[in-house]
Design a protein around this ligand. Sequence first.
Ligand code: FES
Length: 103
Amino acid sequence: MYDKSLAMRQKKGFKRGELVKIVYNGQIISAYKGETIATALIAAGHLVSGYSHSQPRGVYCNIGICHSCAMKVNGIGNTRICKTLVTDGCQIESQNDRLREIE
Ligand code: FES
């Protein structure tokens, strides 16, 4: 799908941040400084952040209100990944055993 807004931002000099590596459930993923963990995971194809009542949950509000995206980041549980920026080497773990088993 053609993204006109992305093309316009690139034309105006929009630049991504420095390339970094993050670790999600033991899997190394490329990300860019300045983007949130949620953005990096979605870009890498990880749309589900957990399960509730056997139903998959993902990023919902993306502004830090709903807690649907809570994960363990660098050992700190219930971190809202939609509000947390990536850092090189940061460790992200889903808080749901079922999700870790699937991925
Ligand atoms: S998606 Fe709602 S708090 Fe992160």
